[in-house]
Design a protein around this ligand. Sequence first.
Ligand SMILES: Nc1ncnc2c1ncn2[C@@H]1O[C@H](COP(=O)(O)OP(=O)(O)OP(=O)(O)O)[C@@H](O)[C@H]1O
Length: 617
Amino acid sequence: MAATALADLPRRRLAREIGQTVLIVVALTAVAVGLWAVLGRSGERIAIQMCVFVTAVVALGVFTGNSGIVSFGHSAFMALGAYTAGILALPALMQRTALPQLPAALAGWELSPWVALVPAALAGLLAAAASGLAIARLRGASATIATLGLLIIVHSVLIGAREITRGSQTFFGVPRVTTFWVALGAAVAFVVLARLYRESRWGLMLRAVRDDEAAATALGIDARRMRYLAWIGSGAMAAIAGALYGFMLGAFSPTTFYFGLIFSLVAMLIIGGMATVSGAVTGVVLVTLLQDGVRRLEGGFTLGGVELPAVFGLTTVALSVAILLIIWLRPEGLIGTREATFPGLGRLIAVVLPRREIAPAAPVHATQPLTVSRLTKSFAGLKAVDHADFSVPPGTVTGLIGPNGAGKSTVVNLLTAQFLADEGSMRFGETELKGLPAHRIAPLGLARTFQNLRLFGTLTVYENVLVAALAAGHSPHAASALALREIAALELGEVADMVAGSLPYGARKRLEISRCLAQEPSLILLDEPAAGMNPDETSDLADRLLRLTEERGIGLLLIDHDLEFVNRLSSSIVVMNRGKVIASGTPEAIRRDPAVIEAYIGRGRARTRDTREGAPA
Ligand SMILES: Nc1ncnc2c1ncn2[C@@H]1O[C@H](COP(=O)(O)OP(=O)(O)OP(=O)(O)O)[C@@H](O)[C@H]1O
């Protein structure tokens, strides 16, 4: 991709995003209006329920889709929203009849249903803010189980608080104001909100955390905070969806918002594809149509003259079969991991959007040395790093070599707080790194790559680099210009719009370095950047790294088994063996050091990759 085409990428991406949102809104409106037009009154009812469920599933997707954590707690937020809005909007006479013992603070408000949506959202927000303190700390199955706990707790509280909710009895008399246009308007508003969030700085960072939490944290992204923000936002949105559902039903009980509801909502999200807003909407539309179709057959029907009996629960069976089929045939859901798109529309919108410029590279003027003293880390008695001492002068390339298992990667993992050090200190300039949480390391100017590539697999090359620049605190405009610069620097322009997970190996390796550079670090810890590369690729990488360090003054701590590569780049080399630093000095001095020769060859390792590729001899 030529530089001009690369500079055009953010504009095309923004146009595509706008096109995607327009496509969802138009498709949803067409289905809703179509149902009403074709089926009349019953179609209108189905369309209203479909749109209310779109608000609920889109709200659920804001957390579940972007964090990858399935939540069963969102119907609890819906219940809180429905009861809060219902109580406050209940006509006074009805309130006295249905809830004679309602506490004075809640009685007699008789709010307009639209005004009642505000306290409903607040109730969801507060409940999410409180429960999120625990849930945002968790990930995977433990987080999902915690959300299940939330659902059970809220359900029990609603049943227990009889004076406020009528307990397990039906809560009735709620004004039925969720009309077709209200439901459609809310669904469209939620779609736009969810799309804005997904493509925002916070949404992109949470998706990076979802794809690889360790890599995101190494960029300075606070994973818990990102999950917490999404949980709160989606909790408030789910409460509004719940209030609209209550205003649609007019009467409900705690059971309305229990397992049955959340099972349907999660099923819709899984069927459509939970990673995207278009997936959430597709899931709701398809499941609504499926359920409605099957419900018509539930009471029995005649097929080719044969009378088939009524089958109770056929809709639930159909939904379960649909989920099983999707999980089996297309685990990422019908829409997949990329938002549904309409290419022509994106190109049209691109014409009116401004172009971004590629930012010029500025030297970083690294001034902070890295000083490691008496650093120690044991794993179950094995001293992976044993009182290691070395330093990396600012703006220089220092090699860190040693045989397999010497402790090199563990040093990098200690420096970036992936592991906690047992003893010793690691100072970067004036700052002690020991004790800092992982996401506080990158902002100091310390970036890293991983021995086993850790990219954000569902994000594009551009988004991988963009999220690094955003995490470094740049404005969206500056981050975009920076991302383009680093993509061009590593010659990734051709693949800039491709999903990182689909790149060839060499390009992935370069992308990891490009992502580091977008943070404008003063020191990069490169863990085996040339591993798996052929000699031509390795020599090409060495040229690039030399250019980067010379032109920009960035320092490198370079780990690699290819000693020719390390020798070519490094002004000094630190050698580790069995956790200890056994030598340090210039490449020439290291090559002649008897302890180093012993470590590499003395133990009969002459045929290892290290020695083949130019071990000190
Ligand atoms: N998370 C862990 N749990 C237990 N042991 C570990 C862990 N990480 C590393 N080790 C052990 O610590 C020692 C040092 O490993 P480390 O990966 O740091 O070595 P290395 O020099 O980077 O090796 P290589 O060049 O093969 O990557 C090894 O014996 C390894 O098995």
